[in-house]
Design a protein around this ligand. Structure first.
Ligand code: PXG
Length: 481
């Protein structure tokens, strides 16, 4: 008799039915999901009553669910499927690597070929101060690495008191203990607490906080909050400042042009390391290989993940600039940090093929010069809708604020009571209109795959407009207007 523990596993496997002609048993899948699968960032009681949407297939910029609905993916999965779905080249590269060497670690004086090649390629694609890469399995782990690395850097320089990292409210830097503490999400801090030695300043959100100022005036004011915080803590205690060039999960907050150069000036003035979290912004998302180039900053560390593999296989890491790498590599001693899957050969093989596609299809140039500007003008045209108070975009991210009453000046718009959840209502209509658009409060955001064509942008804007019309009709009926 086999041990009892083998029996249930075998019975579950036997009961999982394959789809026949693309017809899925959605009810059964929903039931199993509700019974066993704890989803990230999810209210499970609410999810159980609604039931999940089961995604089964992707091709280009489109997804299909188990009920046969075709949906335009305006969010690239979760800000990551930059080259679109169904790229056989990546799956073949992964298959080849799995057949050759599915895994070996990078500890104990060993390495593997895809990791070496990927490190070299990332150095070639990144700004000139970067000559080293540390691999992780995710963006969260990469930001944990940043925290460990900058503290190690200052310790090696004989400044062990210089451990504080300054971040921003409403930032997202991941969901590990360090990632959530580095981030500035209230809901996460309430549940996970923060960590000693991490401080937060305000975000450069002109729509929310820039009343009475031009965007550029506000950019200088918001950057000034960093200087104030450094002086409050004491410059000899501040290790680094971390920020997303454009905040993603916080609602596509595109800072004024004056913000980042002023942040750089302040970091330089006090010798504070600058960390650009480019988990979303990197690999062409904003129309440059790295957003730091666009923002005219020279970070010491860049966090990456998502677009490096277009999400086909998990991979993250940190680009380590010369200032930090020199101290880490020359001062000697172990840096006691790393993960089983640091430099995973299969993930690195996926990244290499993904980056090859981005280079060969000139997707970064396409977003910078053709489709990004096209998206900008089309997205801005939504600004005449009675529900839309403010739109902006950069490269292939864009956002619009739903307002109760629109006005010519964004700050004169009347906002909805946030407790109504107008954004969530609108998100539902987006789904119904065959497009995935994310709601962050009452701000609706997109980050489409970089392969999206101008004709597909037209289709996306048409779908968004219909969903806005449906939202307007609904909330009128509810008496919210
Ligand atoms: N930094 C940034 C800037 C991110 O956007 C992470 C770090 C963490 O990466 P991992 O791979 O550990 O998830 C992210 C992730 C959202 C949403 O709601 C965004 C992310 C993750 C989950 C949800 O927009 N970004």
């Amino acid at each position: 008799m086999p041990p009892q523990s083998l029996v249930p596993a075998a019975s579950v496997l036997a009961s999982v039915k394959a789809a026949v002609n693309d017809v899925y048993d959605t009810a059964a899948l929903r039931q199993l999901d509700a019974a066993h699968y704890l989803h990230p960032f999810t209210d499970h009681a609410a999810l159980k009553s609604k039931g999940v949407r089961v995604m089964v297939r992707g091709e280009g910029i489109y997804l299909w669910d188990s009920e046969g609905n075709k949906i335009l993916d305006g969010m690239s999965g979760l800000w990551c499927v930059n080259v679109g779905y169904g790229r056989t080249r990546i799956s073949e590269a992964v298959y080849r690597q799995m057949e050759t060497l599915p895994f070996y670690n990078s500890f104990f004086n060993t390495t593997n070929i895809p990791a070496v090649n990927l490190a070299a390629l990332l150095v070639e694609l990144s700004p000139p101060q970067f000559n080293h890469v540390f691999f992780t399995g995710s963006g969260s782990e990469a930001n944990d690495t940043n925290l460990r690395m900058v503290r190690r850097y200052w310790d090696l320089l004989g400044c062990p008191g210089r451990h504080t990292i300054i971040s921003r409210y409403n930032a997202y830097h991941g969901s590990t203990v360090a990632g959530s503490a580095l981030g500035g999400m209230e809901g996460m801090h309430e549940q996970a607490g923060t960590l000693p030695g991490i401080e937060h300043i305000g975000q450069p959100n002109w729509f929310e906080s820039g009343q009475g100022m031009s965007e550029n005036e506000f950019g200088i004011v918001a950057a000034g909050w960093l200087e104030r915080k450094i002086l409050e803590i004491g410059p000899d205690k501040v290790a680094a400042f971390i920020g997303e060039p454009v905040q993603g999960a916080g609602g596509v907050i595109i800072p004024p042009a004056t913000y980042w150069p002023e942040i750089q000036r302040i970091c330089d003035k006090y010798g504070v390391l600058l960390i650009a979290d480019e988990v979303i912004c990197g690999f062409g998302r904003l129309g440059a290989w790295f957003a730091s180039e666009l923002m005219q900053i020279k970070p010491d560390l860049i966090t990456f993940a998502k677009g490096v593999t277009s999400g086909y296989v998990p991979l993250g890491g940190v680009l380590v600039g010369d200032r930090v790498a020199k101290v880490l590599t020359e001062k000697g001693g172990d840096f006691n940090h790393g993960f089983t899957y640091s430099g995973h050969p299969v993930a690195c093989a996926a990244a290499l093929e993904n980056l090859r596609i981005i280079v060969e299809e000139q997707l970064v140039q396409q977003v910078a010069l053709e489709t990004g500007p096209y998206l900008k003008s089309k997205f801005a045209s939504l600004g005449d809708h009675p529900l839309v108070g403010y739109t902006n975009s950069l490269g292939f991210v864009a956002g619009l604020n739903l307002v109760k009453k629109r006005a010519d000046k964004p700050h004169d718009c009347v906002l909805f009571n946030p407790d109504l959840g107008v954004g969530m209502v609108c998100r539902g209509y987006m789904f119904d209109n065959g497009i995935i658009m994310r709601a962050v409060g009452d701000r609706m955001i997109i980050a489409p795959p970089l392969v999206m064509t101008t004709a597909q942008i037209d289709e996306m804007i048409t779908r968004i407009r219909s969903a806005l019309d449906a939202t307007l009709a609904d909330i009128r009926q509810r008496g919210w207007l």
